[in-house]
Design a protein around this ligand. Sequence first.
Ligand SMILES: Cc1cc2nc3c(=O)[nH]c(=O)nc-3n(C[C@H](O)[C@H](O)[C@H](O)COP(=O)(O)OP(=O)(O)OC[C@H]3O[C@@H](n4cnc5c(N)ncnc54)[C@H](O)[C@@H]3O)c2cc1C
Length: 483
Amino acid sequence: MTVRTGQEFIDGLDDDREVWYGGQRVRKVAEFEEFKPSVASLARLYDLQHDPSLSDVMTCESADLGDVIARPFEIPRTLSHLRLKRECYIAVAEATCGMMGRSPDFLNAMMASLAAKRSFFHECAPERADAMVNYYKYIAQNDLFMTHALLDPQLDKGKLRNEQSDPGTPLRVVDRNADGIIVDGIKRIATSAPYADEILVWPFPPTFLPGEEAYANVFAVPMNTKGLKTLCRRSFTNHGSRTDFPLSAQFDEMDSTVVFDNVLVPWDRVFLHENTTFLNRMYKDTRMREMTAHQTNSRLEVKLGFVYALLVRMAAAAGTDNRSETMELLGEAALRVEVIRNTTRSAELQATVDPDNGVLYPDLPALQVGRALGPIYYPEMIAMIRKIGGGGLVQLPVSLDEFDSAIGPDLKKSLSGSSIGGLDKTRQMKLAWDLCGSEFGARHELYEMNYAGERGALLASVNREYSRKQDYLDLLDTFMAGL
Ligand SMILES: Cc1cc2nc3c(=O)[nH]c(=O)nc-3n(C[C@H](O)[C@H](O)[C@H](O)COP(=O)(O)OP(=O)(O)OC[C@H]3O[C@@H](n4cnc5c(N)ncnc54)[C@H](O)[C@@H]3O)c2cc1C
């Protein structure tokens, strides 16, 4: 068993993987300037697992594996398991201000959900269930960091995968033999792929139609697999002092396209193949959303709380915090934090045991509130930063070092606020700009709007699957019958 340290995570990245940035092959990803800050932030998360004051939260003795593992891998069976998992997710999010959406705990929680639903894969074929459960054990016992790639390239949305002008562009099976399946084609958007250990591939959305069988595969491979290429977007890391770029100097997660060039996936890493029926059922029937949304809503709670706190400080610095319109705005912000905060706690209190596997699942309708409202709340709170900050957001010096230069006294005078000096107010405003004006900030808005999938489809599924619908229909019908 291994609960890894940051250094062990970093050492694991030196494995000759094929990562491309700006048309150049990156030879040592952990040492590459554009990745270094995020790798360091991720390493700190692995070190957090060894913080004695957090060890009961960050790690646990797994009843399923008979081993000490990182808490997010745990398959929850009691209310205490769920509470501790949430506390772990929150500790991870607090270490990054909620700015690393694909921190290791996200996919670790997903792996726990897939392994817990062994029955789903068994119904497809016993070998697929064995592959999934053994893979979960391997990942959890080696404390590996995973990325995932679900989407096909944005081609012609009016056509099926097999109807595209080049049906070979989306990732599909091109051959199979005694060793495994051979896959070829492209997937996106694999966040953190350059510095993950493994990639999990499963296609989304789960709306496969006859003719698309070759594309309906779920599997995982190591990032250094022969034939797997990772193509990076431009880095949004700002290289400079953390005081000048408080978030973008540390937390940019690289989003990547992954290209599979006739990659062999061994059978023990194939969880579904060429099976549209099971693929369409997987998202719902493995109950992965209950486990992953428990993590994503915990992270979002921390991120919104962080933005809320900044709004409070900015309003005080502007001397507007006791004006009625600002008090109203701050109240709106606090409410948004609370709505998201209560999704996880309410989901735990309404959790139910699934008789199929004895696992305690947090309540899905409560969690869906966070997934559906996060894409609205986050941009709204970023707009609040712009509203309070106004033009002050674009009056900032290049660097805080300028306060120590000949123009320091001018800066101090021009940038001071209500009971706050120019230097401290500038520190605040630099953080605000990182959130609302930088490329890093723009990417974060896009992330919060999209990470749970297309919002329209999500809302349709909320109504379609609403478990309390019948209770409310009965109430209505009883009332109407009694008129
Ligand atoms: C920063 C970031 C990080 C991400 N990280 C990951 C990750 O780690 N792993 C991963 O797998 N995914 C990741 N995603 C992908 C995310 O899940 C998707 O962005 C999301 O599901 C939306 O899909 P899309 O980007 O293809 O947008 P699209 O589905 O292309 O949507 C774009 C627009 O087109 C519209 N549209 C789509 N289809 C149709 C149609 N048939 N007819 C009419 N209109 C249509 C939509 O309503 C929307 O307005 C990430 C995304 C972002 C932005």
